[in-house]
Every structure is written in structure tokens, then in C-alpha cells.
Design a protein around this ligand. Sequence first.
Ligand SMILES: *Cc1c(COP(=O)(O)O)cnc(C)c1O
Length: 229
Amino acid sequence: MTSISKNIDQIRGRIADACGNSGRHPADIRLVAVSKVKPAELIDEAFAAGQQLFGESYVQEFRDKEPTVRSPVEWHFIGALQSNKVKYLRGKVTLIHSVDRFSLAKEINQQWGKIDAVAPILLQVNVGDENSKAGCAIAELPELTSKVAALPHLKIHGLMCLPPYFDDPEQVRPYFRQLRELAARIVEEQIPGVSMKELSMGMSGDFEVAIEEGATLVRIGTAIFGERN
Ligand SMILES: *Cc1c(COP(=O)(O)O)cnc(C)c1O
């Protein structure tokens, strides 16, 4: 067994344990293996170990690497996204986690329109209100949601957050809970075409807490592929 396959097995076990602690079902949690900065060979290795879904953060890197990955993997885009680079993702990713402004949503709508398709997206929320982080402000989320929902070539499936960093994952819990509560509030507004089924939250250091708070997508890099240099 390679270390990547061991790591993946361990994480799947920890996901199952977190589900057991919170009355959830492991089939309702998808593991996004965050492969940014890691070479194509390691992605093929993870695929061989049963991991099909991968997350990338940098468009240029994704563009270069994607054609060199031999396995038929599924890609999500999870990083900060400039509108002029959206075209490189068109039709290649099955979910964009990081939509945080209307201008970006409009460009995604335009690009997916060219292939007569609908782009699945999540709205990223800056739950910690940190200047250094992307994401729309909590107060702006309802308006952004209704504006984006009106675009025909894009569909909102839920919310994503990148909360402040703490060594102790328990300190992140309130932010995860807040994302879940924001999603519930949007559901109450019954905006046509908007689903809040997906909550993308939790990384290597805190994914168990995120699962306990309702995560459906956990984005895990370091705990699978090791430290990034
Ligand atoms: C890098 C990254 C991750 C993975 O972080 P790890 O701590 O390595 O698991 C998750 N989400 C986003 C948005 C990232 O950029």
C-alpha cells in the first residue's frame, strides 16, 4: 500500500467516525482531494486508490496539469477565480466552489452558455469577515443569491467557506455552524432554482467538526498528499 492510499483509507475512516458521532451517513459526504501543487502522477496514484474527485485552486496550474492526468477523474475548482480565466475551466469542472461576486457569476454564465450547459456553483461566504479572504460578506449573501439565481447557465447548489485558522478545530465550529444557518435562511426565501444541499467546509485540520456541523463536501489536501512546499 502506498502512503497516499493509506492516507485516503484513514481519512475515509475518520469521515465515517465523524458521521457516526453526528447521526449522518458517509454516503452524504464527498471527499474532495485537494491536489494543488501536486504532480499528475500523485493524482493518478490517488485515483488508483479509489479517489475520483479532485479539487484545484490555481487556473494556470490546472490548465497545464489536467491534460497530463491519465485517470478519468472529476474536477472541482475551489480557489480564487479571476473572470478572465473562467474560460479555461469551461466544461472541465463539475463544480466551482468559489463564486463570491456577481461579475464572476456573469462570466461563468457566459462561458457555460457557449457550450449550452449549466455550470454548477457554490457561493463562497467570508464567514470570518477577514480582509485577507475571498468570499462575499454575510450581509450581501441574500442579494447575491437572487441575482446569481437569475442567470440561466449557472445553478447554485449551496455554500462554501474558508473560515479563520485555529489550531484547535473546536474554535472553527461556530463558523461552520454559521454557514449551515445561512444556508437554512436562504432556503426559507425559496428563491427559484436555488438549492442549498451542498455545504463545502472542512479541511485537513478540521473536517470532522465540519461534518458534525453539516458539511457535504470536505476539501482535504495535506492529509492526503502531504505538506505543500
Ligand atoms: C488548499 C485548500 C484546501 C486544502 O487544505 P489542507 O489544509 O491542505 O487540507 C481546502 N480548501 C481550499 C479552498 C484550499 O485552497
